[in-house]
Design a binder for this molecule. Structure first.
Ligand code: HXC
Length: 250
């Protein structure tokens, strides 16, 4: 089991635990995460959900790059859809969701955090969308949610450069709401506060805040199509082989 759920009264803490890969998400882990989130979305006794990563190095270092290296366009679309399901559940379940970002939140990890309603970071956290350096693009909602949370200018800068930001910059650009150590304690404090509010009103507030339109479906589609490119194969293989990629534009 790589996704643990710990109930603390009305607060459910979901911990992704695949520390040997800095909690990067493979099919098994992401499927398990979706199952857990579906369960918590339905469970009225769980008033607030906190998402974090096991250990002190990473929240989630992204989708599993070694797994993605073997995907064709059709499989990549399905992989994109599975991540969209997880981020969508975090965004749409009728109760607050909080990311306690305890280290690297890169690529799909940053996208899961962006699906959450609130994001808190440890002072050691690093966030970013480095997909461009793998010859691909964010595929779990990042192109849409990063722009909604931080503005289009910031989203373009981070997605086109693939640059990682430290906690203090993440706070300055609005990518996280506060920096706290230990971050899980802070997230739990806020979660307990929210658990005492009206779940009906919280659910309606979320629904209204989420009304603005986005092109999430388009993102999933084009993410998959990129897997027909030689650049995607090269970028993903280069990570696994621990070398710099050589992109040719094909
Ligand atoms: C698979 C990963 C991984 C990942 C880390 N690991 N991130 N494996 N997928 N995303 C593995 C490494 O291969 C290594 O295992 C172990 O975790 C420790 O990582 P190191 O690289 O040795 O640690 P360090 O030098 O401290 O560097 C940390 C790091 C680096 C900066 C976070 O690991 C890194 O750049 N990771 C990739 C981050 C990334 O590009 N994420 C976005 C992925 S794309 P071994 O066994 O090799 O020692 C994505 C797309 C989402 O998320 C949308 C999909 C639809």
């Amino acid at each position: 089991m790589t996704v643990l759920v710990d109930r603390r009264d009305a607060v459910a803490v979901v911990t992704i635990d695949r520390q040997e890969a800095l909690n990067a998400l493979d099919v098994e882990t992401l499927t398990e995460l979706c199952d857990r989130l579906h369960g918590l979305a339905e469970d009225e006794a769980a008033r607030v959900v906190v998402l974090t990563g096991a250990g002190d190095r990473a929240f989630v270092a992204g989708a599993d790059i070694k797994y993605m290296g073997g995907l064709g366009p059709g499989e990549a679309k399905e992989w994109g859809a599975l991540g969209h399901e997880a981020a969508g559940l975090l965004e749409e379940m009728p109760k607050p969701t909080i990311a306690a970002i305890n280290g690297f939140a890169l690529g799909g990890g940053c996208e899961l955090a962006l699906g959450c309603d609130l994001r808190y970071a440890s002072s050691t956290a690093r966030l970013g969308q480095p997909e461009i350096d793998l010859g691909i693009v964010p595929g779990w909602g990042g192109t849409q949610r990063l722009a909604r949370v931080c503005g289009l200018g910031v989203a373009k800068e981070l997605i086109l450069t693939g640059r990682q930001v430290k906690a203090d910059e993440a706070l300055r650009i609005g990518l996280v709401d506060a920096i706290a150590d230990p971050v899980l304690d802070h997230a739990l404090e806020v979660a307990e506060e929210l658990a005492a509010k009206s779940p009906v009103a919280l659910g309606v507030a979320k629904r209204l805040l989420n009304l603005s339109p986005s092109a999430l479906e388009r993102e999933a589609e084009e993410f998959g199509e990129l897997f027909a490119s030689e650049d995607a194969k090269e970028g993903l293989a280069a990570f696994a082989e621990k070398r710099a990629p050589r992109f040719t534009g094909r």
